[in-house]
Design a protein around this ligand. Sequence first.
Ligand SMILES: Cc1cc2nc3c(=O)[nH]c(=O)nc-3n(C[C@H](O)[C@H](O)[C@H](O)COP(=O)(O)OP(=O)(O)OC[C@H]3O[C@@H](n4cnc5c(N)ncnc54)[C@H](O)[C@@H]3O)c2cc1C
Length: 363
Amino acid sequence: MQSDNASYDTLIIGTSPLAITEAVYQKSLKRAVLNIDNRGIIGGAWTTIKHQGIPEVEIGCHIWEVQKWATDFLTAFYNLQLAPLDPPPRLFKKGVSIPYDWKMNLSTSKYIASKCSRLKFKELKAGMKSPARRLTLLPSKYLYPRGGAKELYLRVLDKVKENDLNVRLNTSLETIDLTGSDCKVELSNEPNVLNSDRLILTSLSDIKKIMFEDGTEMSPDTKQVDYIHLHLLVTGSIPRKFSYHRLMDDDTIHRVSDMTFQVREELNDGQVLISVGIHAKTYHAKSQKDLLDSIFDKLKKRKLINKDAKLDAHGFNVFPSYYTRPDLLSKIEELSKGKITILRSTSFTFSFHNRKKQYQTLV
Ligand SMILES: Cc1cc2nc3c(=O)[nH]c(=O)nc-3n(C[C@H](O)[C@H](O)[C@H](O)COP(=O)(O)OP(=O)(O)OC[C@H]3O[C@@H](n4cnc5c(N)ncnc54)[C@H](O)[C@@H]3O)c2cc1C
């Protein structure tokens, strides 16, 4: 490790809306903050891609789980214009379709049954406060920015500017050394050693190696998970209007979104923009031509595009993401003795709800 005197109060890995909000929060506490991202662009999973001349298209199918505080916060903090997805999202399993939020009924019922059967009523009461536990019969309103990820992404860039945030792109966090009095991190490029009092990671940080104060080392076996999407620009109407479908009964497609509303002004008359999430296993097993044909066919069969729809253009994109087991994330926090905080971020709105106490001071 080459030594460098650069030091910050807080280092944050990533530049997603969550990581940028955290930077604004840390800065509000008068801490010197630096965000580090291994990609060349700010925004994490909420960046956009250029697709067939449309400059800012979402990289894939996104949805915001229903969580009122987080949605209100995001609206106010990022000055967003939200609208309900219409019709609400749905989930398909074994040929049957249900409102998307009923999946929560199932997991919540299971949770209640398991706590009740073991008479753990105190734990049940505490656990029911999690936004992930919900029982509902009517489909909820799933709000989303009218301009899609583009709207959020552009506001994230504004926040970086307004708050004069320090961001280092194209820089990867390699190792974390907690053996001294502070955090020493090794980066992929110069200056490649930085010191900080505190390091903030997220559930989706790539964590290669950590050396703890007591001399133990951990390489938490973080896995790369690729999110693969196909964007289709199609001329032809949508026979069965939809917003977002989660498919649990297809070996190729796991999600489909109609993104037309986000880019309407940039489309020709009669054109629609559809994004399809593809299972990595199938993506790697087939040629892109075969995949495209089979997906186009599947969308017709599911009545998501017209039988005589014409494909105008298409593009595949792969977004690498990182997964570390939640129990290992908890272990890292515990062994770091307060030097590392890990923001749980597998659900966008819930990740903001988890920081309600901190972020409510920002609006
Ligand atoms: C493709 C994708 C789609 C998603 N869709 C949804 C959705 O629809 N709804 C929902 O609620 N949640 C969704 N999520 C969950 C997602 O966790 C949150 O929405 C949010 O983006 C999490 O922010 P994050 O900073 O943890 O991760 P990310 O948004 O992935 O950003 C992390 C950034 O840090 C960089 N990075 C990681 N490790 C390192 C390192 N060691 N050094 C330097 N840089 C590093 C990454 O390259 C990335 O740019 C999605 C996640 C992904 C990856």
